[in-house]
Every structure is written in structure tokens, then in C-alpha cells.
Design a protein around this ligand. Structure first.
Ligand SMILES: Cc1cc2nc3c(=O)[nH]c(=O)nc-3n(C[C@H](O)[C@H](O)[C@H](O)COP(=O)(O)OP(=O)(O)OC[C@H]3O[C@@H](n4cnc5c(N)ncnc54)[C@H](O)[C@@H]3O)c2cc1C
Length: 272
């Protein structure tokens, strides 16, 4: 790890980290990225481990989507991540693409950023000044931009054991790419009386970065949930959000789709 960080620091302006290569290589092939040096972190030992630390789980940055999708441990202890991984692209991409690469890349339509936001995850980073943890709410800045410095490596993601919480990840995506036009991660906790103790909703594909739908969460938390309340709350999913427009749909269409998918994701989570 130290060698990798030193190399990155020495070539900071002209270097890229290679993880699964599922975003970097297409960009290099199209000459949209032309790094003079590439640092392959794939053989740094232990970077793909998935381990439990008390009531948290540490997922190594090099853990692939496939590893996450098929992990019985994650299915039992943090099912939102396998639920999300299984929706990403195709088998080939899932066999190579990594959770660390997805987060570092900060694609505004990436699925993992929405899931880790709903989990209040923390991101561990190694750099020339040692290691630091970054709250995922503070990590994403905008289109392919994060607080990561060019000589910092994402090494792990810390997520909670979600216990009895109910989770779901749903997305609307064109079959050709699999990228989310809208992706919604929902983490819900409801007590024995039907009261909602926790609503955490992460959304991707809608604006220049994944975000938490705080207004939706506020409207649900502390209330008894029914279809009418869920629909009313979901209608707030894009409040204060600059909804994008692209070849997949107008901003009006995306806004509507987001409301529909937020309500559906909450309902699917509650039934899980
Ligand atoms: C056909 C296709 C379909 C896809 N569909 C989807 C989809 O449906 N949903 C989705 O979310 N994604 C999708 N992707 C993107 C895929 O998820 C990528 O794997 C992911 O975005 C990047 O992960 P990676 O490990 O491949 O990273 P790489 O491509 O190796 O790297 C991506 C970027 O992150 C940097 N980086 C990588 N790892 C680290 C690290 N540990 N620390 C710091 N910087 C790092 C690299 O320098 C590079 O700039 C698709 C990709 C393809 C090719």
C-alpha cells in the first residue's frame, strides 16, 4: 500500500489507479482519459476481504460486485449491498467491477453510491498523510468528482450490520447499458406497533451525484406507514434537486419516475 501511495504521490498529475477497469478502460479506449501511468492495486493483499467488526462490516475496496452479490454473510447481515450488486450491468462487469472503484469513480448513475448513502457508510482512504475515514455524505461532490485526492486510495467501506431493518434496491435502467435512469436504495425500520423508526433513502441517476432524500425520510420517520403517506412522501423525492435531462428522459419524466420508484422501493423493503 505504501509503495502504491508513494508512486501516486510522485506522479500525481498524470496517474490513475486501476481496480476492475470497468470504467477506467472504456474511458482510456475512448481517449477521454490518457494517464501516463497506471497503478494496479489488484494484488495488494487483503484489499478484497469482507469482515465483521462489532456491529459493523468492513468491505475491502477490491471486493467485486460478484463477491458482494454472492456473499451469504452480506445477505444475512447487510442485504442492501447484495440487492444492489445484483442489478449492476452484466455478469462480466460484476466479475471485474469493484465497490471501491465504483465509489471512487463517483458516477452520478452508479448504483453503489445510493446504497452506501442509505447505509450511512464510511469510506476509508490511504494517502501520503496516513489513513482517514470519510462519511459518505461528505464524499461525493458532483459529476465524477469526490473529495478524494489524486494520491489517495479508497481501501475499505464500513457499513452497519442492518439487523432487522428492511431494505431494497430498485432501479429503472435501459437494457443496453444497465445504468440507472433512477436507482433507489431504501432502508426502513418499523417497530411492533407499525411505527417507522428509520427511513433512509439513497437516490442515484437523477442529478450530478447520488443523494439522500431527506424530506422523504422526515415525512415517514415517527409515523405509522400506509400507502397514502408513502406516496405523499415519495412526491418529495426530488425537492430542491436539479433533476437532469438526457437521452434517457426529460427532467419531468425522471422526476415522475423517481417518485414512483421511491414509493416502490419503500414498499418492497417493507415486504422483505
Ligand atoms: C457495460 C458496462 C455497464 C455498466 N453498468 C453499470 C451499472 O449498471 N451500474 C453501475 O453502478 N456501474 C456500471 N458500470 C460501471 C462499473 O460499475 C465500474 O466497475 C465502476 O464504475 C468502477 O469500478 P472499477 O473497479 O471497474 O474501477 P476502475 O474502472 O478500475 O476505476 C474507475 C475510476 O476510479 C478510480 N479508482 C478505482 N479504484 C480506486 C480506489 N480503490 N481508490 C481510488 N480511486 C480508484 C480509477 O483511477 C478510475 O478513475 C458499467 C460498466 C460497463 C463497462
Amino acid at each position: 500500500m505504501t509503495d502504491a501511495v508513494n508512486y501516486l504521490s510522485a506522479h500525481k498529475d498524470d496517474v490513475k489507479i486501476l481496480s476492475g477497469g470497468q470504467s477506467l478502460l472504456p474511458l482510456m479506449k475512448m481517449r477521454l482519459s490518457k494517464p501516463g501511468f497506471v497503478v494496479d492495486i489488484g494484488r495488494i493483499p487483503g484489499l478484497d476481504d469482507i469482515t465483521q467488526e462489532g456491529d459493523h462490516i468492513i468491505i475491502g475496496a477490491m471486493a467485486t460486485y460478484a463477491q458482494i452479490e454472492y456473499s451469504d454473510f452480506l445477505k444475512q447481515n447487510c442485504p442492501l449491498l447484495p440487492q444492489t450488486a445484483t442489478t449492476i450491468a452484466d455478469v462480466q462487469v460484476r466479475n471485474r467491477g469493484t465497490i471501491g472503484g465504483s465509489i471512487a469513480h463517483a458516477d452520478p448513475a452508479g448504483d453503489m453510491p445510493a446504497a452506501i448513502l442509505a447505509l450511512d457508510a464510511e469510506i476509508k482512504v490511504a494517502g501520503p498523510n496516513g489513513e482517514r475515514w470519510i462519511k459518505c455524505q461528505d464524499f461525493f461532490l458532483g459529476l465524477l468528482m469526490s473529495v478524494l485526492e489524486p494520491d489517495e486510495i479508497v481501501t475499505a467501506i464500513k457499513v452497519p450490520v442492518t439487523g432487522n431493518d428492511k431494505t431494497a434496491y430498485l432501479k429503472a435502467a435501459p437494457r443496453s447499458s444497465g445504468f440507472a435512469v433512477v436507482g433507489v436504495a431504501a432502508r426502513m425500520a418499523v417497530d411492533g406497533t407499525g411505527n417507522c423508526n428509520r427511513a433512509a433513502i439513497g437516490i442515484t441517476g437523477v442529478t450530478d451525484k447520488a443523494y439522500r432524500a431527506e424530506r422523504v425520510e422526515q415525512m415517514l420517520t415517527g409515523k405509522k406507514l400506509d400507502a397514502q403517506l408513502i406516496e405523499a412522501a415519495a412526491a418529495e423525492a426530488t425537492r430542491n434537486i436539479d433533476v437532469i435531462e438526457d437521452i434517457n428522459g426529460s427532467s419531468e419524466y425522471r422526476k415522475h419516475l423517481t417518485e414512483v420508484y421511491v414509493a416502490r422501493a419503500i414498499e418492497v423493503a417493507l415486504r422483505s
